[in-house]
Design a protein around this ligand. Structure first.
Ligand SMILES: Cc1cc2nc3c(=O)[nH]c(=O)nc-3n(C[C@H](O)[C@H](O)[C@H](O)COP(=O)(O)OP(=O)(O)OC[C@H]3O[C@@H](n4cnc5c(N)ncnc54)[C@H](O)[C@@H]3O)c2cc1C
Length: 374
């Protein structure tokens, strides 16, 4: 009911007869703000260049990037290699380490001067902090953690889709009256575009008129996070288990499969809440967003809050004894049956195939070969 009402309201506002406010006409262009740490660009920024290119082409404008930092000129070149036609570069010692105030000032000054209609950032600690501050300063809207971005070329509205109401519906949000339209997207949600070093583009250097003594915060020390055992966001194979496992000890079955495939263990929130596995393994809306080459969803029903964290995986293998489980709607391969029979059988098969002399003979990932041999 509520969903239907929201849809109707959206259609009324966005599709039929919507005219952007006059001031919005003066905003043109799609921007991606490039996040960096010690001069290294965050992968999410390059992922955003992919979706940014698509949005810009549908709007008939160039994709542009913003690079902020100290000694970061090389990132302007990288942004161009990922598809930016123009890069606004603010290279200033004041921006050496991230602090909200100088980064907000630099971004807001650029937006006021060049007026982009869309501004995208990664939904990382950096992006979440900066985007909120920038949106507040510019008095515009911001949609955090989007899972899909599209534009309506007629109205030029950015359709920002994200889970809402506890993840029970996917809401498409528009920002009608203010510019730029701002959105953040989590790492691994969007596809990484191809980097092409032969691309050319323009670099526009801008000054930041801000002295160190005008800033109320200092970074005294940077301490690197140590001892993190699970890097789900970087895993190429994830073997994830849910409440269907029935008990913590049964994660051992999944571990055996993961070990054979060189994979990492993942979990649904229900499994984490049950205390069967630690929270750093949780995939989904309140966990990690992943995009591995292969994702095994074992005894996981496929609640929307889980799906938003893994549905862009290249290959999804779902194992569930309920043929109506929603996980099958996103699965590449669905196996209906008892996981306690299927998982050990898969482990045995993969082990046999991978230890055969033919496995990996022609190169490529052993698990890819095994999947093809199924
Ligand atoms: C605000 C909010 C945020 C949330 N964030 C997350 C999140 O980040 N990640 C997340 O995962 N969830 C999240 N949830 C919870 C989510 O709604 C689901 O409750 C949860 O994902 C369910 O986990 P599950 O699939 O393991 O358990 P269930 O839904 O209980 O599913 C268990 C599945 O196992 C199958 N099964 C049972 N026995 C067997 C067997 N022997 N063989 C094969 N299959 C079997 C069943 O058919 C069933 O489909 C969130 C919820 C809210 C409200």
């Amino acid at each position: 009911m509520l969903v239907r009402r929201l849809r109707r309201a959206y259609r009324r506002a966005a599709v039929r007869g919507y005219k952007p406010p006059a001031a919005a006409e003066s905003y043109r262009g799609v921007w991606v703000l490039v996040e960096q740490t010690a001069g290294e660009g965050a992968p999410v920024s390059w992922e955003l260049m992919g979706v940014g290119t698509k949005l810009a082409s549908e709007l008939g404008v160039p994709l542009e990037a913003v690079v902020l930092g100290d000694g970061v000129e090389h990132l302007a070149g990288e942004a161009i290699a990922y598809g930016a036609k123009k890069v606004y570069l603010v290279d200033d010692p004041v921006l050496a380490t991230y602090r909200t105030y100088p980064y907000t000032r630099a971004t807001v000054d650029l937006v006021r001067k060049y007026r982009p209609e869309i501004l995208l950032m990664g939904a990382t600690t950096f992006g979440r902090d900066l985007s909120g501050a920038v949106a507040t300063e510019l008095e515009t809207g911001l949609t955090a953690d989007c899972t899909r971005l599209e534009v309506d070329p007629e109205t030029r509205l950015l359709k920002q889709t994200r889970p809402a109401f506890g993840g029970n519906v996917m809401a498409t949000i528009i920002c009608k009256k203010h510019r730029p339209q701002m959105a953040t997207v989590r790492p691994r949600v969007m596809e990484m575009p191809k980097k092409d070093g032969s691309r050319s583009g323009e670099v526009v250097r801008e000054d930041l008129f801000l002295a160190e003594d005008e800033i109320g915060t200092w970074v005294l020390e940077t301490i690197e996070e140590k001892g993190k055992a699970v890097y789900l966001d970087k895993a190429e194979v994830i073997v994830a288990g849910g409440k269907g496992l029935g008990d913590a000890a049964n994660f051992e079955l999944l571990k055996e499969l993961a070990d054979v495939l060189g994979g990492t263990l993942g979990a649904s929130r229900a499994a984490v809440d049950a205390g069967w596995i630690s929270a750093e393994h949780q995939v989904g809306q309140t966990g990690i967003t992943v995009r591995p080459k292969v994702y095994f969803a074992i005894g996981i029903s496929g609640a929307v809050q889980h799906l938003v964290g893994m549905q862009t995986s290249d290959v999804i293998v779902a194992i569930n004894n309920d043929p109506k489980a929603p996980i099958f709607k996103v699965a590449t391969y669905g196996i209906i049956g008892d996981l306690f029979e299927i998982v050990p059988a898969l482990t045995r098969e993969f082990k046999a195939k991978l230890s055969s002399p033919r496995a990996g003979a022609k190169g490529g990932r052993p698990w890819t070969k095994s999947l093809m041999l199924r």
